[in-house]
Design a protein around this ligand. Structure first.
Ligand code: GLC
Ligand code: CA
Length: 561
């Protein structure tokens, strides 16, 4: 097979990335907030897990309207998280252990407290005015009908200059004007500064949204109060041109892992963003599989995904990008609920096996896998009791907008929040069974999931059949078996609503991956070439691979031909 020839080998294709949300990872000084020294303390834990790269959610100076995704100084560390010296030490300690660090790059917008915006607001003539997107109102109203991702209008009126500024996210996250060459220059020079420091790459926040369609036309109003901006801001007219420029000015000069968060990305677009030619980025995060369980009010729903739909979608990405662009693989991040509660089963009986099954299903695919903190423990969604327990701006704003307008009842919205809120991913990492899960000696900034008494790292690291030990094994397997990294993917049984079965093949090597997505026993007729063959990994006691296999609830088995 000649895929490998087409697919150039790269370290970042062979890596497993671990995402850290610093605020919730480990508090080192008792103020209830995770910090950089806390991360340094836990590097040995990550080394034990076996990951290669850390993606660090933002640690820059920020007023924390959106937990660090609103940056007021790109070259300073958030006080709550520590100092630049702490950062340098963490980077050096990580490198000592062979772990690379990828920074979050949030440059679609800044904080409204960034010096550029403070200047920009001062007058229509200010040299920084065109760093942002300012427009005149229309008939005494907003320049267009766009809604912000965090609800409400995407525009804020500013009295000083009698104009509106655009914010696709919160009011405190004004969008940068990428059409201004000075903005691009500033961003590139800041990126070069971090690269010179020795960081190993960038995860680029909503990078598919940096170029807006000229004229900013009104969007369609569906199921909410505002127009949908996405067709005019996602994969916009100049996005590839700007990323090629970034590649030339920054990325091409270093050996980096780059991954673009590309809301609304299609296969065709992904082939441009993450082309094997290396003209833009290394890979993209696509979100289609995360959107399959959306309902009438977009993500606010408790709909369950159909397995056939999930398989069809993931298979499309596996097949279409092969040899052309590189996939990223993820079930979880700081914006998504916990996967074991979403696509698995978080009951006492099935939490561990279903978490391991989901991990198997994802980690055996082609692409770079991402593990989000706590996923390796099988951490679950959180029993939030009332809206006051949420800290996330998206969840709080959505609750008020939908409930107060009468579009969704209080009870339904609470159920949707418990199922989908980003705060499910943001409760503290569960380190041990002591107070506050060992996350802090103080008062944690967000509630701790009460199940830390059973689900925690200390217990799982030492137990051979824990979710942690299983992730460790999966990660080690990927490092050993080239077929897991580069092999060709093929879906079997596309019609089954119970089993996700696929093969991976590279030269003489062939693997069969069988995953039972249900809480029932399911039988499966094993293809001849795998009967009686060796099991590479499985989440139950190993059984002999007979022609007629009976799979236990959430069983996952990988067989080598
Ligand atoms: C991305 C981040 C999310 C953030 C948003 C605005 O989607 O992942 O956490 O709120 O961008 O920066
Ligand atoms: Ca702290």
């Amino acid at each position: 097979m000649d895929e490998v020839k087409i697919m150039e080998k790269k370290w970042w294709k062979e890596s497993v990335v671990y995402q850290i949300y610093p605020r919730s990872f480990k508090d080192s000084n008792g103020d209830g907030i995770g910090d950089i020294n806390g991360i340094t303390e836990k590097l040995d834990y990550l080394k034990e897990l076996g990951i290669d790269v850390i993606w660090l959610s933002p640690v820059y100076q920020s007023p924390n309207d959106d937990n660090g995704y609103d940056i007021s100084d790109y070259q300073a560390i958030m006080e709550e998280f520590g100092t630049m010296e702490d950062f340098d030490r963490m980077l050096a300690e990580a490198h000592k252990r062979g772990i690379r660090i990828v920074m979050d790059l949030v440059v679609n917008h800044t904080s409204d407290e960034h010096a550029w915006f403070v200047e920009s607001k001062k007058s229509r003539e200010n040299p920084y005015r065109d760093y942002y997107i300012w427009r005149e109102g229309k008939d005494g109203k907003e320049p267009n009908n766009w809604g912000s991702v965090f609800n409400g209008s995407a525009w804020v009126y500013d009295e000083t200059t009698d104009m509106y500024y655009l914010h696709l996210f919160s009011k405190k996250q004004p969008d940068l004007n990428w059409d201004n060459p000075k903005v691009r220059e500033e961003v590139f020079s800041m990126m070069n500064w971090w690269c010179e420091k020795g960081i190993d790459g960038f995860r680029m926040d909503v990078i598919s949204m940096i170029s807006k369609v000229e004229g900013l036309p009104d969007g369609k109003v569906q199921g909410g109060l505002y127009g949908d901006a996405s067709p005019y801001v996602q994969n916009g007219p100049h996005v590839h041109e700007y990323l090629q420029e970034m590649n030339k000015e920054v990325l091409s000069k270093y050996d980096l892992l780059t991954v673009g968060e590309c809301a609304g990305v299609t296969i065709e677009e992904a082939k441009k963003y993450a082309s094997n030619k290396g003209t833009e980025l290394g890979m993209v995060f696509q979100f289609e599989h995360m959107d399959l369980d959306q309902g009438e009010f977009s993500k606010w729903s408790d709909k369950k995904v159909k397995l056939t739909a999930l398989k069809e979608n993931l298979t499309k990405w596996q097949n279409e990008l092969e040899g052309k662009a590189w996939n990223s693989l993820f079930w979880c991040n700081h914006d998504q609920p916990r996967v074991v509660s979403r696509f698995g089963n978080d009951s006492k009986e099935y939490r561990e096996v279903s978490a391991k099954m989901l991990a198997t299903c994802l980690h055996l695919m082609q692409g770079t896998p991402y593990v989000y903190q706590g996923e390796e423990l099988g951490m679950t969604n959180v029993p939030f009791a009332s809206v006051d327990e949420f800290k996330d701006i998206e969840s709080i704003n959505a609750y008020h907008e939908y409930v107060e307008s009468g579009l969704i009842s209080k009870e339904d919205m609470m159920r949707y929040l418990c199922y989908k809120s980003r705060d499910n991913a943001r409760t503290p990492m569960q380190w041990n069974a002591q107070k506050n899960a060992g996350f802090t000696t103080g008062t944690p900034w967000i509630k701790v999931n009460p199940n830390y008494v059973e689900i925690n790292a200390e217990e799982e690291v030492k137990r051979a059949d824990s979710v942690f030990s299983y992730y460790k094994k999966l990660i080690a397997l990927r490092h050993q078996e080239e077929v897991i990294v580069y092999g060709h993917y093929e879906l079997l049984l596309p019609e089954s609503e119970e089993l996700y079965v696929y093969t991976r093949e590279l030269n003489e090597e062939k693997l069969l991956v069988i995953c039972n997505f249900t809480d029932k026993e399911v039988s499966y007729a094993v293809p001849d070439e795998f009967v009686g063959k060796e099991i590479l990994i499985s989440n139950y006691e190993e059984q002999e691979i007979k022609q007629e296999l009976s799979l236990k609830p959430y069983e996952a088995i990988v067989v080598r031909r």
